[in-house]
Design a protein around this ligand. Sequence first.
Ligand code: HSE
Length: 374
Amino acid sequence: MLSIGLLGAGVVGSGVKRILEEKFSEQVCIRKILVRSDREKLAENYTTDPYEVLDDEEISVIIEAMGGIHPAYDYVSYALSHHKNVISANKKMLANCYDELMETARSNHTTLRYEAACGGGIPLFHNISRLQRSDTISSVKGILNGTCNYILSEMSTGLSFEEALQNAQKLGYAEADPSDDICGYDTQNKLSLLCADVFHTRLKPEEIPLFGIDRISEVDSEIARGSSRLIKLVASASRTENGIEAFVMPVFVPWEDSFASISGNFNILRLESDYLGRFEMTAQGAGSLPTADAIVQDLMDIHHTADRVFEKGITDLNTNRYRFYINTSNPEVFTDITKHNLITVKVTLQTLIDKIKEANDPDIFVALYEGDYD
Ligand code: HSE
């Protein structure tokens, strides 16, 4: 059994607790949870004393989900120098204290992992380090703040900036101080971390030019719409002949660009590398469970506790329903499920398979038809 200590039981910490309890109760025990006040103490293992967690000899991994630079930095630093591996989601602390924390981990032979600190649920650092074994990444570009992306998506459907921000706060996407999101500091911190991993270059957050979305108006969104574009807050870094060009800035993205389809709290990261070429990853970038999922992935990477058990497969073709495109010389068989010409109403795969058998047409062509059909 692996014993862990959890620092913080807010949006992210409670997500970690839920996943570990639901999926890993046999392998992982949350021995102590640090909370801010006595009011949050819900059970025996909750404490307001950080050293009850940090000095617990049974605990080998600390998960830091507190946010802010201090006291998080002090606790993480203490843990790393006291034989504990640390997983942190705290981009602000990591981006601002990267060198010190990495040196503390290195000199104490401990590990500091931070998949959840950038891109939420996207396994981006994992994929970057795999790719770098054989390839060289020349640029990264991403939508890395779920709150801003949510606000911009909502504004493009007519909601005001203030209403959209309030919703993002209710949904648990925004930072404790939401100006970190809307002024772009959060994205700047994330890009600083990316530059360290991708280019092995330490760019401090304040060295990255920053333009936020805090001054955007509905008129700006309308102008973007009028030119078949959407405004997105984009982080970009690339190698030039002289160094690294990095910036965070709202971008008018053409509708046909994949960035334009990233809506709500989703993030995306696009890499360009010498051999693989363009590579994009997308997932929810903010919110309790997607962020917690990235933390749990780090935990599993540190301790391969779970042996894979394969269950006997049960095929289920009768639950999900889809629209299908059908091109056949025997269309009569499909008339009861075909509403518009060649496109079916939503049916299960089993229904489709049965109909195909009945049609007995060796030249039939079928495809899954995604998106709306009017
Ligand atoms: N406030 C951050 C965001 C949380 O909206 O992206 C995830 O890092």
